[in-house]
Design a binder for this molecule. Sequence first.
Ligand code: CTP
Length: 408
Amino acid sequence: MKRIVLGVSAGIAAYKSVLLLRLLREAGHHVDVIPTPSVEKFVGNATWEALSGNPVTADVFDAVDSVNHVRLGQQADLVLVVPATADLLAKAANGLATDLLTGTLLATRAPVLMAPAMHTEMWQHPATVANIQTLSDRGVQLIGPAEGRLTGTDSGPGRMVEPEEIFARATAMLSEPLLAGRKVLITAGGTREPLDPVRFLGNRSSGRQGVALARAAMDAGASVTLLACNLEVPAPLGAEVIQVGSASDLHAAVFEHAPGQDVLIMNAAVADFRPDTIEQSKIKKRDEHSAPVISLVRNPDILAEVVAARATQPELPPLVVGFAAETGDAQGSAEDYGRAKLQRKGCEMLVVNEVGTNLTFGQDTNAAQVLFADGRTPVHSAGSKLEVARVVIEQVADAINRQQTVTQ
Ligand code: CTP
């Protein structure tokens, strides 16, 4: 039996939370329902109390003697918000505590799962998009919304996913996490190779995918060290974050932090070349026409070096995952190039992203193939970078289990 807080905000989909409550109770969990004040316009407290078997209030000033707004969140193993309206998401993203549910969301340190439900226009509004991003960056898990019939005759994205699906996800969140007790080292972002004190050669990696991987690994119970190369997005709370600049810095940081890790995920876009000299002062125009010639030297291939170094340093991670951004051309597809790269680098897994001018870099959606060195059928994944990250992390957990079965 686990203690679950079922937060309900005031949308028509509240009637579906009644079924979710039933499923949670049938599974033997203790459920405290916390509706927002307007929920009673859709479902009354009598329903929540009868089905949960516990007293129900939306008011911070009820049961003050037991400090309800802190206690319920502190005791919870899992907090659900079903449905999560645009208003509730905005309050939670901004840390407001105007009622018992929003107060509980601030007080809890338990995993939180929210199921957004609202009209399409509200879901797609930049304010809601930003709130979702904030909540997701903080580790709140989101499920849906689905596309389909909304309150009236209209339909589109914004429909709450069905209670059975939310129940399955909640159950998975309560079970032993896939990477419990595992240590994961992730490189994210893009390296910058300095030319002089103000300029660098860089690349277009924003770090979104690497941050999503860190998030997904932490959600799966891992402790994560993130080597952050010039991220454009905030690093996730809860990871140990080490800022890294150039490929040479990253090389040093990887070899410093990799020993003792279970997995190394090389997601950073590492520059293959760097200027052979870094000018100590700013490069100036010397006359009207001339331009400097920059000569480049090769950077080390960090991933390939880690794989090779395992032969003499057994404390390096037994599982190394590479990433490759490939475009495909007349000679071969992105997957063909990925396969060749997997073999060349010698790592256990390679995640191939297909890139073009508007694909992958800086975008929040992604399509990827996970390739395996042992020749297993690739696993395809598409969706938000977090969804792709979850698939990669599932495959990492699976690969660790397979390695252990072999060594036993
Ligand atoms: N990588 C690395 N060190 C480098 C370059 C790349 O560790 N100097 C890692 C990346 O983090 C990634 C994988 O190797 O996980 C593949 O990166 P990619 O740039 O696609 O590989 P390259 O060997 O540079 O191949 P290409 O010639 O296609 O750029």
